[in-house]
Design a protein around this ligand. Structure first.
Ligand code: FPP
Length: 250
């Protein structure tokens, strides 16, 4: 047991913790935000898309280099058809109107998840957005769409088995490091901090492999109300955590 952080004055403790390189966000509470205003759920999602812009600005302001947002889970396809249509419509609109601004702000955008389930025009826009922003380095924004971590891990395991079966891969490379190369997040550092809004305290099949050592922050704010002050509060909270990665303090 360590009392190290308890006896150190705050500024010193803060100085010991590197700021998060990668922040991931589970954006939750759009439906409740809309219901509390007697609005249709789509109004919550629309306001949620605006909150995404605030999260991107906050990440840039705090010098975070990697931001990943959970915009659509593989389970979300099971929502009523009208809501799925609203969500995919919003995505379509977002891709057509926001990418230019993201590009102008130096943001590189990537998408992870099963994009084959989206309509052709959306798939084309996703590829176009990735292509148009590929040279940017200020912030790496990854949007998880039709994403599920178990499916991602299974696909990686299958691809690795196939590569070994076909003699393209040495079985000795079946290591943690080797396995991550088959994940959709290959080349992206693991998240240091995962934020979930709306008070729910679950990972909901998000980045399960990558979250092994992530700090978790559950915020009592519905996603459409999320602002730069909530991002700042999560960053301040992170700076007070003691990260040991399973090791004993020195
Ligand atoms: C969870 O709220 C949120 C979603 C399922 C969708 C997230 C989508 C957005 C923030 C807008 C679109 C984003 C982009 C990038 C276009 P919920 O509906 O589960 O809320 P509830 O738990 O209160 O019902």
């Amino acid at each position: 047991m360590s009392h190290a952080t308890a006896v150190l004055p705050d500024p010193v403790a803060d100085a010991l913790v590197a700021p998060p390189r990668h922040v991931a966000i589970i954006m939750d509470g759009n439906g409740r935000w809309a219901a509390s205003r007697h609005l249709p759920r789509v109004a919550g999602h629309r306001e949620g898309a605006r909150a995404v812009k605030r999260a991107v600005s906050a990440a840039i302001r705090h010098g975070v280099k990697w931001l990943t947002i959970y915009a659509f889970s593989s389970e979300n396809w099971r929502r009523p058809a009208v809501e799925v249509l609203d969500l995919t419509g919003l995505l379509r609109q977002y891709l057509r109107t926001e990418i230019a601004e993201l590009a102008a702000n130096g943001v590189r955008i990537r998408f992870i998840g099963d994009r084959d389930r989206f309509d052709t025009d959306i798939r084309q826009d996703l590829a176009q957005a990735e292509h148009a922003t590929a040279g940017n380095t200020r912030l790496n924004l990854t949007v998880a769409l039709s994403y599920g971590a178990r499916a991602e891990i299974l696909a990686a395991a299958r691809a690795m088995c196939e590569a070994i079966g076909e003699g393209r891969l040495d079985p000795d490379t079946v290591t943690e490091q080797g396995f991550t190369r088959f994940l959709s997040t290959d080349g992206i550092p693991d998240p240091d901090l995962i934020i979930r809004t709306s008070g729910e305290q679950r990972l909901s099949n998000f980045l399960l492999w990558q979250a092994a050592y992530a700090e978790l922050a559950f915020l009592d704010v519905l996603w459409p109300d999320f602002g730069e002050e909530h991002f700042a509060a999560a960053m301040a909270d992170f700076s007070r955590r003691e990260r040991r990665f399973g090791a004993r303090p020195g």
